[in-house]
Design a protein around this ligand. Structure first.
Ligand SMILES: [Fe+2]
Ligand SMILES: [Fe+2]
Length: 243
């Protein structure tokens, strides 16, 4: 079922959380929609392509997708790129570190002149007059990693940061729920993220943004100022794989 994260009557953010099948890594896919145009975030692998393309067409014609944003290079983020490149004219947006890997996900000619390489310091994407901000999140967990901040919805999409495995909640809305939720996040963050210095750097950037919701690619999201602050503080204090 698609979950509406934000809707002001004009600008909408949608989460798809039930498209992955048993035996696959459960993952969320996202779409930002305005004026029948769309941005797709971390659309996932081949097996998701046909169903996700049906789902998103309820919000905007796939031909009107402007960007496909890949937070990093993992297969659960962008392995289904071939279908999207065929069906749409969207530009692929990914860290400059990973652009040369894009042909491994698709027929090389499909991607020609359609890849936006995001520099390490990040950049903004113009989307129907709004500036979507690509926030550096390197080594969380990938060395070339970005989060997308939507200033209209005040949502920060954090890719694998905040990933949880089979949590009982879809939406963390209180500090009590947050405390209970930590057990579903800790294993991933302790092993996949190399070092706490990356976490601290990210936390200092995240605190400069006006965030109502943090939405990871796996598991539950965090809604409201208190859970958002608790999450940023938790990341700030993490001990990771190498320290
Ligand atoms: Fe990943
Ligand atoms: Fe992932």
């Amino acid at each position: 079922m698609a979950i509406e994260l934000f809707n002001d009557g004009n600008h909408r953010c949608i989460k798809f959380d039930d498209l992955t099948k048993e035996g696959e890594i459960p993952a969320n896919q996202f779409m930002i929609v305005q004026d029948k145009r769309g941005v797709l975030l971390d659309p996932g692998g081949n097996k998701l392509f046909s169903q996700l393309s049906v789902e998103i067409s309820m919000y905007a014609p796939p031909q009107r997708l402007e960007y496909i944003f890949l937070s990093h290079q993992d297969p659960d983020v962008g392995a289904g790129l071939n279908g999207w490149l065929l069906m749409t004219e969207a530009k692929i947006v990914i860290s400059a570190l990973w652009t040369r890997f894009i042909p491994n996900f698709c027929t090389s000619s499909f991607a020609e002149n359609r890849v936006i390489a995001v520099p390490d310091e990040g950049m903004s994407l113009d989307f129907v007059g709004n500036e979507l901000k690509l926030i550096p999140a390197h080594f969380l967990h990938s060395p070339g990693n970005f989060h997308l901040y939507d200033p209209v919805a005040k949502i920060l999409f954090t890719g694998d940061l905040g990933a949880s495995i089979a949590p009982p909640f879809e939406n963390i809305t209180s500090l009590e729920q947050f405390q209970e939720h930590i057990q579903y996040m800790s294993g991933f963050h302790a092993r996949y993220i190399p070092h706490s210095s990356a976490c601290r750097q990210w936390a200092s950037i995240a605190r400069t943004l006006d965030i109502d919701m943090i939405v990871p690619q796996h598991g539950a999201r965090f809604s409201g100022k208190e859970p958002v602050k608790a999450f940023i503080d938790w990341i700030d204090g993490l001990t990771c794989a190498l320290g």
